[in-house]
Design a protein around this ligand. Structure first.
Ligand code: C2E
Ligand code: MG
Ligand code: MG
Ligand code: MG
Length: 282
């Protein structure tokens, strides 16, 4: 009756409740940036060769006043839907570069890099390159210390503008990484369209490594592909020593997962770096 468009509506109470919850979340997410409720957590990316921390992946969290710590899967799709991923993504880039600029090199080695996830919609909008450039300039972080993680959905259109954007980001010094590799439709063809610096093997393959010969063969093949292409391969979601040994045997070059550390608040980064150094000494 209220929307007066002469449409015939048929209410299910359950649907109504869900729509209301969705609207409430939408209203909250619209305020979250202004209220400073976003935070970045960081998870170490560990080199298999040196056992050193190469860098940290920045993972967005929303500290909601009543819902608690909200994981990204619970609000990023909504932020994309309502056109907020641009400003949120820009905040992530700025904050990640700013925080990473303060990270000291452990034991005099190379300072850790920071990896930032990009939504496909940040490529659709304008100004991504300028946003990255501004984040680097404001923080003083050298472009070489920034990794940008994209999923193959970015390349779905495979249009010239997207590729040009990737090349411009690369020219800022940033490394371009293919995230969640193996979960999409035709992953291999995307590796042909752009010279990625790193492939991150989706955790669904890592976590079932021991269960099937097929999974093991796939991980070995992707790691081999990395060797042939001369690029890094990261095993995501390594939780156990058995999985770590598996991915080492398959030839991956980097690991990430709860086995080393879950994502932690920014203030824990120095402790994670020191712990890695201790492990190295042991
Ligand atoms: P992702 O980029 O593939 O990030 C890795 C996800 O795997 C993270 O989930 C991380 O917490 C989780 N993970 C890491 N190690 C393990 C493990 O050993 N076991 C298990 N079960 N999980 C592990 P998280 O933080 O919930 O993030 C989920 C997704 O949200 C990310 O997947 C990424 O696609 C997206 N995301 C996170 N932050 C941002 C952001 O700033 N911008 C955008 N556009 N997307 C983001
Ligand atoms: Mg990622
Ligand atoms: Mg991933
Ligand atoms: Mg993922």
């Amino acid at each position: 009756k209220q929307d007066g468009r002469g449409t015939f509506r048929f209410f299910e109470p359950e649907m109504d409740t869900r729509a209301q919850a969705h609207r409430a979340l939408e209203m909250d997410v619209r305020q979250a940036l202004a209220r400073n409720e976003f935070e970045l957590y960081y998870q170490p990316l560990v080199s298999i060769d040196s056992r050193r921390v190469n860098g940290f992946e920045a993972l967005l969290r929303w500290r909601h006043p009543s819902r608690g710590l909200v994981p990204p899967d619970a609000f990023i799709p909504l932020a994309e839907e309502i056109g907020l991923i641009g400003p949120i993504g820009a905040w992530v880039l700025r904050t990640a570069c700013m925080e990473a600029a303060g990270w000291a090199a452990p034991g005099g080695g190379a300072p850790p890099r920071v990896a930032v996830n990009l939504s496909p919609l940040q490529f659709a909008g304008h100004g991504l390159v300028e946003t990255v450039q501004a984040a680097l300039a404001a923080s003083g972080l050298p472009g070489e210390r920034l990794e940008l993680e994209i999923t193959e959905s970015v390349l779905l259109q495979d249009n010239a503008t997207t590729l040009e954007t990737l090349h411009r980001l690369r020219r800022l010094g940033a490394r371009i990484c293919m995230d969640d590799f193996g979960t999409g439709y035709s992953s291999l063809s995307y590796l042909r369209s752009f010279p990625f610096d790193k492939i991150k093997i989706d955790k669904s393959f890592i976590q079932c490594l021991a269960d099937s010969e097929e999974n093991a063969a796939i991980v070995r093949a992707i790691a081999g592909l990395g060797v042939s292409l001369g690029i890094a391969t990261t095993a995501e979601g390594v939780e156990t020593l058995a999985q770590l040994e598996h991915v080492i045997a398959k030839g991956c070059t980097e690991v990430q997962g709860h086995f080393f550390s879950p994502p932690r608040p920014a203030r824990d980064v120095p402790v994670l770096l020191a712990a890695a150094l201790q492990r190295e000494a042991a």
